[in-house]
Design a binder for this molecule. Sequence first.
Ligand SMILES: Nc1ncnc2c1ncn2[C@@H]1O[C@H](COP(=O)(O)OP(=O)(O)OP(=O)(O)O)[C@@H](O)[C@H]1O
Length: 254
Amino acid sequence: MSAGQEDLLVMDKASVSFSGFRAVSELDLTVRKGELRCLIGPNGAGKTTTLDLICGKTRLTSGEIRFEGRAIQKLPEHQIARVGIGRKFQVPSVFRELTVRDNLHIGHSRRPGVFRNLLTFGRSADASGIDRLAEMVGLENELEIEAAHLSHGQTQWLEIALLLAQDPTLILMDEPTAGMTAQETMKTAQLFNRLRGRHTLVVVEHDMGFVRDIAETISVMHQGRLLAEGPISDVERNKEVRDAYLGSGGIGHA
Ligand SMILES: Nc1ncnc2c1ncn2[C@@H]1O[C@H](COP(=O)(O)OP(=O)(O)OP(=O)(O)O)[C@@H](O)[C@H]1O
């Protein structure tokens, strides 16, 4: 893909080696502003490592990562977060003993640092912002429930709301539907479709039904490299992708 004004994230021949093993190899990946990009591929393809490289958790061995035109690969992780890249990890970080409303209250403050947020806790509620966030993730009826009593899916949605509260320009998510019921997965697809265009998302997923419901462009990784990229119909037809990942039964059988 050629460089354009709307390119938000550009990985340019990004590589990382662990003790000589190339987990990501000369990866070129361009994500445009407002895009919802799915990253798929077999186990060990380098998908999580790619997210780690973007958010600065893992350092590039060679290559470059540009965000809004600026090279970020040498910035420390907290500064990468500050320039507008947010990552949702699988391990929940919600306050389990607090209600959904109180969790969102803490997350909603734009002031950096949880401790400062705790200091202002209860004094400067932005109720409408909290209600909007809760509605966005489908937790508007759970606002007074303690986070400890939420289902797995609801906890994940609260995590997403806490991330949205930080208003990152680019959101990275690793297997957001892992452990969810079929109904929760469906609701998560609806949520992602609501986020489409408002945020830029890079989502690593194995659940191909979910990918089918949300994806515009899919990037397929295999052995640290980009194997294919394009709309789901193109990716599904690609012989190399079928051989490496999807199998002969098509994308619904991955
Ligand atoms: N810190 C590390 N040290 C050594 N090897 C690593 C490290 N991180 C990842 N790897 C290796 O790099 C390869 C890519 O791993 P990665 O987790 O990125 O794959 P993935 O595509 O996300 O796989 P999965 O779908 O199973 O999560 C794997 O072979 C993994 O063992």
